[in-house]
Design a protein around this ligand. Structure first.
Ligand code: PMP
Length: 443
């Protein structure tokens, strides 16, 4: 939904032609190098994390205090003074810094088993396996699930780790239009044409791969439709809940909880600990049969060391808080606060006239600037004035669909949200990013 403004359209077309000409003449590598040599595109070094969700950011030689609107600390569990800190410190003292061995080689401690069981319990499935890295959870487990002779139907906007996992599997991959159930059904129909009725003879398996919340779009998967189609066409579903687990649903249990569905309808439930749980790593949940298979077949389980005890403890503590097992209402308060912050922030941006992508409950808030030049100016200006936002630009999104991405957290106070909204409003006027202004509503 590009705006019908002549200035924007011209800019858009100019960029598009430039992009195609450049790729054609010089190849993709040159374009990457050119983008990285733009002043300001070098890596910023973060100084330290303070307890109140501020960063101290070393920017052009000075130390500026920056409100963090760029990290996925959805429930505010990543702070080192948070409710998990004491247990995490205790685990280092008792179990050491690291394990230095894989599951198969004496690296599976009682605390790892406790986490595997807790994740299964949290998700409402029979079993789960945890992996030290979210990216590897996708890229190393998908190849253990499908192979040559299988068909993968993958949403066109799936994350790089899913794409890599699909490619490594050797299965045939077909993409369907983002969140478009008609296109998915079309591809499913095509897949079973010429085959014996109601069987998938040609394909050993058909696997539909989707995400819960898409981090570049802020959109939520149409899960009820995906499940309906998978049942109708006898396919399997792989659901990546990296951005939705903990972040949405009345109990913080992701899209399954959001739509009030039965977790057992999803064959393979994947998620990461890097967002809502303030840690690092990932998991796969499902039937006992599935998890036993992955224990024996997944490269991430066999050839990779297990998670450090402190990280495991961080996930255990934050999960227990979300589940209310610490006998407080802290978890539910965080979930509700995140929901309020998300709805408030999105509504205010829309009222100001910005183009905001995604679902009203998605804490990832992409705001479109179209022009790559404007997106860089926006983020650098914010940084200099104490606000850290992320730039979603080429190659993560198409060059001409550049956007600013705000990541909201239960830790953000109303004052912080208003400060960012005020600066965005001002920059929106300077850079002509707004379409029309609506009257503010009551909150
Ligand atoms: N899946 C999705 C949908 C993601 O967005 C990401 C990264 N943000 C990952 C997997 C990889 O997770 P991690 O950063 O924990 O390695």
């Amino acid at each position: 939904s590009e705006p019908n403004i002549p200035g924007f359209v011209t800019l858009y077309q100019t960029w598009e032609s430039f992009y195609h000409w450049y790729i054609f003449r010089r190849g993709k590598d040159t374009l990457y190098r050119a983008i990285n040599s733009v002043p300001g595109a070098e890596m910023d070094v973060m100084d330290r994390v303070t307890d109140d969700h501020y960063w101290t950011f070393r920017y052009t030689g000075t130390s500026t205090r920056v409100i963090n609107f760029g990290s996925y600390n959805y429930l505010g569990f990543s702070q080192n003074t948070g409710p998990c800190a004491e247990a995490v410190e205790k685990s280092v003292n008792e179990l050491g810094n690291a394990i230095c061995a894989s599951r198969q080689e004496l690296g599976y401690l009682q605390i790892h088993k406790e986490l595997d069981d807790l994740v299964a319990d949290y998700l409402g499935v029979e079993a789960a396996i945890t992996v030290p890295m979210g990216f590897a959870t996708n890229s190393m487990n998908l190849p253990a699930l499908v192979e040559k002779g299988c068909l993968i139907l993958s949403d066109e906007l799936n994350h790089a780790s899913l794409i890599l996992g699909c490619r490594l599997s050797g299965a045939q991959i077909k993409t369907f239009k983002h969140n478009c159930m008609e296109d998915l059904e079309e591809k499913l129909k095509e897949a079973i044409i010429d085959k014996q009725p109601r069987t998938h003879r040609k394909w050993k398996k058909i696997l539909i791969v989707v995400e819960g919340i898409y981090s570049m779009e802020g959109s939520i998967v149409k899960l009820p439709d995906v499940i309906r189609l998978k049942k109708k066409y006898k396919a399997y579903v792989y659901l990546d809940e990296a951005h939705s687990i903990g972040a949405i649903g009345p109990h913080g249990k992701g899209v399954v909880d959001y739509f009030g569905m039965d977790p057992k309808d999803i064959d393979i439930m994947m998620g990461t600990f890097t967002k809502s749980f303030g840690a690092v790593g990932g998991y796969i949940g499902g039937s006992k049969r599935l998890i036993n298979h992955l224990r024996l077949r997944s490269h991430s389980a066999i050839y990779s060391s297990t998670m450090a005890p402190s990280i495991v403890q961080q996930v255990i503590s934050s999960m227990n808080i979300i589940l209310g097992r610490d006998n407080s209402r802290d978890g539910i308060k965080r979930i509700n606060q995140l929901k309020w912050n998300t709805r408030y922030f999105r509504r205010r941006l829309q009222e100001m006239g910005f183009i905001v992508y995604g679902n009203k409950d998605s804490p990832v808030v992409p705001m479109v600037t179209f022009s790559p030049a404007k997106v860089v100016y926006f983020s650098r200006y914010c940084l200099e004035h104490g606000i850290g936002v992320t730039v979603a630009a080429f190659p993560a999104v198409p060059l001409e669909k550049s956007r600013i991405r705000f990541c909201l957290s239960a830790s953000h106070t109303k004052e912080m949200l208003d400060k960012v909204l005020e600066m965005t409003d001002k920059l929106g006027d300077t850079l002509s990013l707004k379409l029309s202004r609506k009257e503010p509503a009551e909150y």
